[in-house]
Design a protein around this ligand. Structure first.
Ligand code: NAP
Length: 209
């Protein structure tokens, strides 16, 4: 079923995925702090794509993709009026050199994984952790591969988010492999077991055990 998807952060990851989503028939709104710079991206994505501010994309999407520097979540969350009605797909990764020490300190103090830290800013939303383990280039080139679909690990905080992401994966030619709820996402974080792997569903299931 096609979804309305708001893309928050439309660079390497948000740009590549937004184009795939639009091609698959989803309605997409690309956003960033400079939406006027995203017009050519939306043109390339075709008729199912438009451009808006972060606030507009957050309002537009029943599903939102987070694809901006991890540390910006507190700022982005303030722009979202009604997170509890959303399914939020979190593709972000924490890199202290880029994102600063503060998120790391907060995660340590509160005993949170990266996905749980992000979820803590979007009260009541269903959170899906997905697309963070795959290089943008791989996402761009390996989508819609019917013969040998690439496996992408994901986690979900609820059943609705789990079904929606499974259907989104299918619509763009990847196969999702469920690792569990957000408490199981350490395995998906930078430099952990599933990070940057380009393998099949069977190989990934073996790794997850
Ligand atoms: N690149 C990869 O291969 C890869 C793979 C997996 C996961 N990731 C993760 O995915 C996220 C995005 O990576 P990327 O490579 O796509 O980054 P990118 O190419 O630098 O794009 C980042 C996007 O976020 C926007 N942005 C920056 N600050 C923002 C804010 N405060 N509010 C709203 N939008 C903001 C930027 O536009 P403006 O500056 O105009 O707002 C830009 O559109 C990161 O967390 C990264 O670690 C990246």
């Amino acid at each position: 079923m096609p979804n309305k998807i708001g893309i928050i952060g439309s660079g390497n990851i948000g740009g590549a995925l937004g184009k795939h989503f639009a091609k698959a028939g989803h309605s997409v709104m690309f956003s960033s702090r400079n939406p006027e710079q995203l017009r050519s991206l939306a043109d390339a994505a075709g008729n199912n794509a438009q451009v808006g501010t972060v606030e507009e994309a957050a309002e537009f999407g029943e599903v939102l993709l987070l694809a901006y520097p991890f540390g910006k979540t507190p700022e982005v969350a303030k722009k979202m009026k009604d997170p509890a009605s959303k399914i939020i797909i979190d593709a972000n990764n924490y890199y202290p050199g880029r994102d600063g020490a503060q998120p790391g300190q907060e995660m340590q103090e509160k005993g949170l994984l990266e996905s749980e830290w992000t979820a803590s800013y979007f009260s009541g939303a269903e959170i899906v952790k997905a697309f963070n383990t795959i290089y943008a280039k791989t996402l761009e080139t390996r989508a819609f591969d019917e013969k040998a679909p690439l496996a992408i690990p994901f986690a979900a905080s609820g059943q609705k988010g789990k079904s929606v992401i499974e259907s989104i994966f299918q619509s763009i030619g990847f196969v999702g492999v469920y690792v569990g709820d957000l408490s199981k996402t350490k395995i998906m974080q930078p430099d952990e077991k599933l990070y940057t792997l380009q393998i099949s569903e069977a190989e990934m299931r073996k790794l997850i055990g």
